[in-house]
Ligand binder design. Structure first.
Ligand SMILES: NC(=O)c1ccc[n+]([C@@H]2O[C@H](COP(=O)([O-])OP(=O)(O)OC[C@H]3O[C@@H](n4cnc5c(N)ncnc54)[C@H](O)[C@@H]3O)[C@@H](O)[C@H]2O)c1
Length: 344
């Protein structure tokens, strides 16, 4: 299968591109290094992919460059974008508009220009943040969307674009990822900062009181779900969401990809400290704008359509991320981890 992975310099994109190549697909891995919010990490991720057999790297800014080549595939896994709730306020709003909304619109338009029957399936990265905070039950895909940040609004817009493309004859699958962690996690994300701080003997920077809970999902589970979404027989599309713009059966299939059990940040810190063999020193900072109290994934649809359920729990997953931090001068460690996880 010819597979294009956008955002291949990213945390998720790097793992997915590698796993696709290891699965024997012909992979075109695209990124625009200049658009990464964490360029050192993106450079390292791309370097790890550079000599991978079956994988070709291409520099393409989805918001401005010609995308014809990227649409010539059986599957496009669209993981490029500007992540992060916190940084999307203020000046960051223009970045999420450009790299999430404009980039996705242009990529889907390029796919729509292919002749019918030769259009790729497009797997699009969305986020649990479109829901806002969860109440006393997990969020289902047809729950109302209550985005609470410019980032979440941009992802809701991305979903509408995917639904529109699906109606226009480009098959799309929207994956709502919940907080992802594991080897190569972005340096701005919580566990990465906590582990770095603990290994360096510094206090762990916690935004708020640590009472927030998240459906933390290990990268290996994210990779498995994403590969399944790229290839699964989905039949007639599921109704999208409660959003009237996306809820007709011809619209994009929307699937939660998150661990079924949320974990409080303070519980994860205690677990981390245990695994690292340190006493946790925590420094609390003001809670970030747009930070929701709880994310919680209903995974029934993922199980039914993709045969997927998150398998890696926090103890195993955090131990894996710590191992990566300890040996991360050698990116090969991360690559081997990815191969091992991807193959499960
Ligand atoms: N990491 C998470 O926990 C999480 C959770 C929910 C959703 N997501 C979404 O998954 C996707 C990947 O997230 P990530 O954590 O790997 O982020 P990341 O920042 O590590 O990777 C994104 C990559 O996209 C590239 N990019 C940005 N704008 C581009 C453009 N205009 N053209 C080409 N490339 C561009 C960047 O250079 C970067 O390498 C994003 O869409 C993100 O919003 C991530």
């Amino acid at each position: 299968m010819r597979v294009v992975v956008t955002g291949a310099g990213g945390f998720i994109g790097g793992h997915v591109a590698e796993a696709m190549a290891l699965a024997g697909h012909e992979v075109l891995a695209a990124d625009a290094l200049g658009r990464s919010a964490t360029p050192a990490a993106a450079r390292a991720n791309l370097a790890a992919l550079a000599d991978h057999p079956g994988l070709t790297l291409v520099e393409a800014d989805l918001a401005v460059d010609d995308l014809t080549r990227l649409a010539e595939a059986d599957v496009v896994v669209h993981l490029a974008g500007r992540p992060g709730v916190r940084t999307s306020f203020g000046a960051g709003a223009a970045e999420v508009e450009r790299d999430n909304v404009t980039a996705t619109r242009r990529l889907l338009a390029a796919c729509a220009e292919r002749p019918p029957g030769r259009r790729p399936r497009v797997v699009v990265a969305s986020s649990s943040s479109v829901y806002g905070s969860a109440g006393d039950r997990p969020h289902r895909e047809d729950d109302p969307l209550r985005p609470a940040s410019p980032y979440a609004v941009s992802k809701a817009a991305v979903e509408r674009l995917a639904a529109q493309a699906a109606r226009g004859g480009v098959p799309t699958v929207v994956l709502r990822y919940f907080s992802v962690y594991g080897p190569r996690q972005r340096p701005d994300m919580a566990f990465h900062r906590f582990i770095d701080a603990a290994l360096g003997g510094r206090p762990l920077p916690v935004l708020g009181d640590g009472g927030q809970s998240r459906a933390f999902t290990h990268i290996s589970d994210i990779v498995t779900a994403t590969l399944a979404a790229a290839t699964a027989e989905l039949g007639t599309a599921e109704p999208g969401t409660s959003d009237p713009a996306t809820s007709d059966p011809a619209a994009a299939t929307v699937i939660n990809v998150g661990h079924a059990e949320p974990v409080q940040v303070r519980t994860a810190i205690a677990l981390l400290a245990d695994l690292l063999g340190v006493r946790p020193h925590v420094r609390h900072y003001e809670r970030a704008p747009g930070d929701v109290s709880r994310t919680w994934a209903d995974t029934e649809r993922a199980a039914r359509l993709l045969g997927w359920r998150a398998r890696v729990g926090p103890a195993e997953g955090l131990a894996d991320q710590i191992a990566w931090h300890r040996g991360r001068e050698t990116w090969a460690t991360g690559a081997r981890e990815a191969a091992r996880w991807g193959a499960r």
